[in-house]
Design a protein around this ligand. Sequence first.
Ligand code: OAD
Length: 246
Amino acid sequence: MEGASLDAVKAWVQQTRHIAVLTGAGISAESGVPTFRDAQTGYWAQFRPEDMATEAGFRAHPQRVWDWYQYRRDLLTGVAPNAGHQALAVFAQQYPDRLTLITQNVDGLHQRAGSVGVLCLHGDIFENRWLDAPRNCCDIDHAVAGHPPYCDRCGNLLRPGVVWFGEALPFATLEAAQHAAHTCDLMLVVGTAGAVYPAAGLAHQARAAGARVVVVNPAPSELDGTAHGVLHGTAAEVLPQLFGAG
Ligand code: OAD
């Protein structure tokens, strides 16, 4: 890793034709959304997210896992996008062809800030889908309310529309993200520990394809060694400075 100053990275942003931004839970921290591994407080502290965010975890304890997602959905309805989400949305509105936004987050805050075409690698926490392949009787609009809701004919359960550990990412979304990684001139990696693949692999792909890679994170991340520069600040502090007009 080479050093990079905020001014140097800002110049790269201004000069670069195509920027890919990969975000993780850290970009929503200043909105009051706990990061994935910090989220377990109160009643939920006794469970490991890595055990619950799996198909096996859901099948073993459907009510517990459903209620955990409901708790997180409720938490999200009370928060708002922050200056980091907003800076990216405003830049993309000004320069629609220059920025591809890829996120591991399921919280919808990029979209609520006004970003369109966000590549959501890990799904959307506010969507539901059937746990088992839907049969003719399975109709999401008529699922019986419950924890989780279910089909009253066959008992199929609804599950959150997120990607769990061990599951494949949505193919077309991953393909679009990989295309952006291969074609961008600059990749910013914002607020992710860089520990979960294939998302973290996008930074390696971008670097291998010749892009500059810059990490924005107040703490060390596993992608620091891949980056040309690391900006040790928070997303809501750094992104408005990088993408602002001034
Ligand atoms: P993590 O919770 O693993 O990491 C959050 C990162 O955000 C850490 O590196 C923090 O240092 C950083 N951070 C904290 N506050 C920040 C701030 N204000 N500004 C910028 N950065 C900040 O979250 P992710 O890396 O996003 O996957 O986790 C990746 C995936 O692992 C998640 O999408 C989820 C999880 O398992 C699935 O559910 C499939």
